[in-house]
Design a protein around this ligand. Structure first.
Ligand code: PEP
Ligand code: MN
Length: 374
């Protein structure tokens, strides 16, 4: 694979739009009506004057059909009206050449490519071709699946089409295991993106990571601590009745409170994202989080096996099965520099907890019995 091309990116302050770090973007998941767009814009202006850009989805890529798919072109006008009244720059998602053309014709200020479009090179190329010769700022959300190459590839396609004002948006990744987030942050991916493209502006969309109002602030602060250069926060005049993403949107007053509560860090000019030690610590924290999530998933499965054994009246402890697991782990860890004693102790601790969980299913206490069988 060729080494990644350096993207011809510029910092927000060189975009000629009066933007600077930290860039704050807010607005509804979807534009629902003229009044909803205008009221939300007024609320943002009033409660969070630090916000410079208003987002609103006009064409909504929905996971399932027969849900609200956006109001399309007529809604662009409402964003322009909001800009005329409040000065907020306009920002929307494009997924096809027709969307790009409609936005360019209307005079929308900035575009983003959504998480379901970034992973499709045909779609990204179609957008890039529609943008050839038009240097509008484009933000690229990470692909829905944790694939750094697809994210980088999408930005390279735009760069080849002549886009020089570009930024990445981290919105978390879809993950098959249960996690406390709607989209698992897997911070190591944006950190690695920044390492590959040190001049690239990178912001976070804590709303789509958190998936719940109550957790947006925590994710937003974590992003700022990791030296992200901005945030995009879904904000709606009446979040509970939003037509999409009702659980994660804030009302303008809550947005104001969030912005006031955040600690904005100074960027370190000579570092990629924080200092090197901090980067390594962040990676360790991320890996520790993944280990705990995986252990949780493993124990859930152990409990399901416990239920199955109970139904079929099978003994909990199956020594040959355990021997096979242990041998496999020892074999795998050989090439990774892990000592057999460590691997054995770690696996035994897991086994013991697993037996405790299965026993709790059998005894019906839900509390488990001691791991003495293990
Ligand atoms: C959105 O920003 O409303 C959106 C659809 O996001 P994503 O592409 O990250 O799912
Ligand atoms: Mn949304």
């Amino acid at each position: 694979m060729p080494p990644p091309a350096q993207l011809p990116t510029r910092s927000f302050s060189d975009w000629g739009l009066g933007l600077e770090r930290p860039l704050l973007i807010a607005g509804p998941c979807s534009a629902e009506s003229r009044e909803q767009v205008l009221d939300t814009a007024r609320g943002i202006r009033k409660h969070a004057p630090q916000v410079k850009v208003m987002r609103a989805g006009i064409w909504k890529p929905r996971t399932r059909p027969a849900t609200f798919e956006g109001l399309g072109e007529p809604a662009l006008e409402w964003l322009l009206e909001a800009r005329a009244e409040t000065g907020l720059l306009t920002f929307t998602e494009v997924a096809t050449a027709e969307h790009v053309e409609a936005c360019l014709k209307a005079g929308i200020d900035m575009l983003w490519i959504g998480a379901r479009t970034t992973p499709n090179p045909f779609s990204v190329q179609e957008i890039a071709d529609a943008l050839r010769g038009v240097d509008i700022p484009v933000f690229v959300k990470n692909p829905i699946n944790p694939d750094l190459q697809l994210w980088m590839g999408a930005m390279e396609r735009l760069a080849h089409a002549g886009i020089t004002r570009m930024a990445a948006i981290h919105r978390g990744f879809s993950w098959f295991e249960r996690t406390p987030y709607r989209n698992s942050p897997m911070w190591e991916f944006p950190i690695r993106l920044k390492a590959a493209f040190p001049n690239l502006e990178l912001i976070c969309d804590p709303s789509h990571v958190a998936g719940a109002r109550a957790r947006v602030a925590e994710v937003a602060q974590q992003a700022l601590d990791l030296n992200f250069s901005g945030l995009m926060v879904e904000t709606h005049r009446d979040p509970a009745n939003a037509w999409s993403d009702a659980e994660q949107q804030l009302d303008p007053a809550a947005l104001g409170a969030l912005v006031d509560s955040l600690i904005f860090r100074q960027p370190t000019p000579d570092a990629v994202l924080g200092d090197h030690l901090q980067q390594l610590r962040d990676l360790i924290d991320q890996l520790d989080e993944e280990i705990v999530l995986k252990l949780g998933a493993r124990m859930d499965i152990a409990e399901r096996i416990g239920e199955h054994k109970q139904e079929h009246n099978v003994a909990i402890l199956q020594p040959e099965r355990w021997e096979r697991i242990m041998n496999r782990q020892l074999q795998l860890s050989k090439g990774l520099g892990l000592s057999p004693a460590f691997v054995e102790a770690f696996m035994n601790a897991i086994h013991q907890e697993s037996i405790r969980r299965q026993s709790s299913v059998l005894s019906g206490t839900g509390e488990g019995v001691s791991g003495s069988q293990g």
